[in-house]
Design a protein around this ligand. Structure first.
Ligand code: NCD
Ligand code: ZN
Length: 367
């Protein structure tokens, strides 16, 4: 894959000094960068930490054509801080009527890295998603043939199913059949939240991987009700019971190459969150790597962070590993309570909290 020496280093330069972790630069395999003012407000939070990111296509209207993805990619690049090297990896939004030739052309020309399947009405901006996966089986046939990964929002949108069970029911009703019908299709079950998902991914073949978010490693469902209703802790798939959080921590820190980093950072302005019908989505980009580092540290697995953050994802996608490094330091940092966007604001994940780790940026020393 890459001839570069593994840059993992855990250093304590002088006795009493903060521990530093130098790792290969990570990628974010699932992020919402939005558009317009919001894009400009959030993109550099992702770009300063990650070399590449899989950019979700659930804009309004969604990204369903090669031309729309190229235009969106240009807007992302234009919003980057000068000199910040960052590669947005674009995705196509699958609809019932998506043109398989457009998907194939986008992948073959390097514009689309993957295609995303939102079950219709399962989450934010999914109204034009897929109503029945069998309607796109001819598209999945093409994706399997050309080796294009399918990214899944793994929840059924059936309102008769309890909201906390929608991931497990998706695995039973949709995913198991999908993998049987397309054994060579590469599939990522995104932002997994349950023991059931961990077990399913572990036992499935090598074509199934999963991303794990920082927030699902840190919160369980109680966080949404801590002393009152907490809209900034609400996302989809919704956080589950404690035993599920523990299963996710075990999976992320296990070293199993099927599990990799995907933040699902999903910013919404404060008025869209604090509302009688608040949007799903946790904006974690400002604290993403620091949160993962703290989790791996707490689990006694710091030496596994690099593979989870910077190796498993590119290997799954068949892409090269990054060659640069980044530095994290075990030094406390206070998270700002709010972030400005246009004439309003957003509340980041861990707002006001003191983090145990601080991201120090890209390392100047080559690996
Ligand atoms: C995402 C968003 O806001 O776009 N929200 C979320 O809660 N994760 C959509 C998604 O990934 O489900
Ligand atoms: Zn998402």
């Amino acid at each position: 894959m890459s001839g570069f020496r593994d840059p993992l280093r855990i250093e304590t330069p002088t006795p009493g000094a903060a521990t530093r972790l130098v790792i290969r630069q990570p990628d974010d395999w699932h992020v919402h960068l939005r558009d317009g003012d919001m894009l400009r407000a959030v993109v550099n939070e992702t770009a300063r930490q990650f070399a590449r990111a899989i950019v979700m296509p659930n804009l309004v209207p969604p990204v369903t054509t090669v031309a729309a993805a190229e235009a969106y990619r240009s807007r992302i690049q234009a919003a980057l801080a000068p000199g910040l090297a960052f590669t947005p990896l674009m995705t196509a939004y699958l609809t019932d009527t998506i043109d398989p030739c457009e998907i194939e052309r986008g992948f073959e020309t390097g514009v689309f890295t993957a295609a995303k399947m939102y079950p219709a009405h399962a989450t934010t901006n999914s109204a034009q998603g897929v109503t029945d996966i069998q309607r796109i089986y001819h598209v999945l046939e093409v994706m399997q043939r050309i080796g294009m990964p399918l990214l899944l929002h793994g929840e059924v949108a059936d309102h008769r199913v309890d909201v906390f069970d929608r991931e497990a029911v998706f695995i039973e009703r949709v995913l198991a059949k999908l993998l049987a019908a397309f054994p060579a299709l590469r599939v990522v079950l995104e932002h997994i939240t349950t023991e059931a998902a961990v077990a399913f991914v572990e036992t499935a073949g090598p074509n199934l991987g999963a991303t794990i978010t920082p927030h699902h490693l840190v919160i369980n469902r109680n966080a949404m009700f801590e002393g009152g209703i907490r809209p900034h802790m609400y996302c989809l798939p919704v956080a589950k019971r404690e035993r599920h959080r523990l299963a996710l921590r075990r999976a992320a820190t296990s070293g199993n190459p099927k599990f990799f980093l995907g933040t699902d950072s999903a910013p919404h302005v404060v008025g869209e969150k604090e509302s009688d019908c608040g949007c799903a989505g946790i904006f974690n980009a400002p604290v993403a790597l620091e949160t993962y580092a703290a989790v791996f540290d707490e689990e006694g697995a710091l030496e596994k962070l690099e593979a989870f953050a910077a190796e498993h994802g590119p290997r799954f996608y068949g892409l090269s590993l990054n060659t640069g490094s980044i530095v994290l330091e075990r030094t406390p940092r206070r998270v700002s309570p709010t972030m400005v966007v246009a004439n309003t604001r957003m509340i980041p994940f861990q707002a006001n909290a003191s983090l145990a780790w601080t991201f120090r940026g890209r390392s100047s020393g080559a690996c």
